[in-house]
Write a protein that binds this ligand. Structure first.
Ligand code: FNR
Length: 184
């Protein structure tokens, strides 16, 4: 059966560079891997009161079910104020609860940070990694994926087709596939 890779993008912007990276990266997995974009933009904010009173929103349950169905994850994130955008952190938090039922547990991940700036969104990349350590997600360490000056690679139609970038995305996809194989 095909392995399933869930892709989460930390930007809701229509013309998001992170989304362009995620879409190009998704094309680089082997044919026995299925990629699926998991939407996080309409997930209600996590609120522990709802959890404790058993009034959890249906969107949380649906999201956790989608995560459970995946074998691995790609997080493609911009950097907001040197950290992870709230929308992505919220999705991670929703998946981590209720306590003891962390749906991310043990599943491998690839973190890709994206910015039009020069720093490669290093801050967001490592803030995200910090959460993934606690959530027990073995995370690809090499090759590193700090994508700076991303606009250089974006075509006029908003896509990425630059052969050099696609080759690099292929290496990233391969690295995640290796983790999946190692853990199964
Ligand atoms: C940014 N941006 C930004 N860039 C960066 O390299 N480091 C940062 O800390 C920040 N901080 C930041 C905060 C907020 C609230 C916004 C809206 C933006 C700029 C950011 O990289 C740029 O807007 C990207 O285009 C966002 O990614 P997407 O939406 O293109 O994927």
């Amino acid at each position: 059966m095909a392995k399933k890779v869930g892709i989460l993008v930390g930007s809701l912007r229509k013309a998001s560079y992170s989304k362009a990276v995620a879409e190009a990266l998704a094309t680089q997995f082997p044919s026995d891997y299925e990629t699926t974009f998991i939407k996080i933009g309409t997930l209600p904010f996590f609120n522990q009161d709802l959890e404790e009173n058993h009034y959890e929103p249906g969107e949380w349950q649906e999201f956790r079910m989608q995560v459970r169905q995946c074998d691995a994850f790609v997080f493609v994130t911009p950097e907001y104020n040197r950290s992870v955008p709230a929308v992505l952190k919220n999705a991670i938090d929703v998946g981590s609860r209720p306590r003891g039922q962390n749906v991310w547990d043990g599943k491998p991940a690839l973190v890709v940070s994206v910015t039009p700036g020069a720093t490669g969104a290093f801050g967001a990349n490592h803030a995200l990694r910090q959460s993934l350590v606690f959530l027990n997600m073995p995370t690809v360490q090499q090759p590193e994926a700090y994508i700076g000056s991303v606009t250089k690679y974006i075509d006029p139609d908003g896509k990425i087709t630059n052969p050099g970038e696609l080759k690099y995305f292929h290496l990233l996809a391969d690295a995640l596939v290796k983790y999946v194989k190692m853990l199964n």
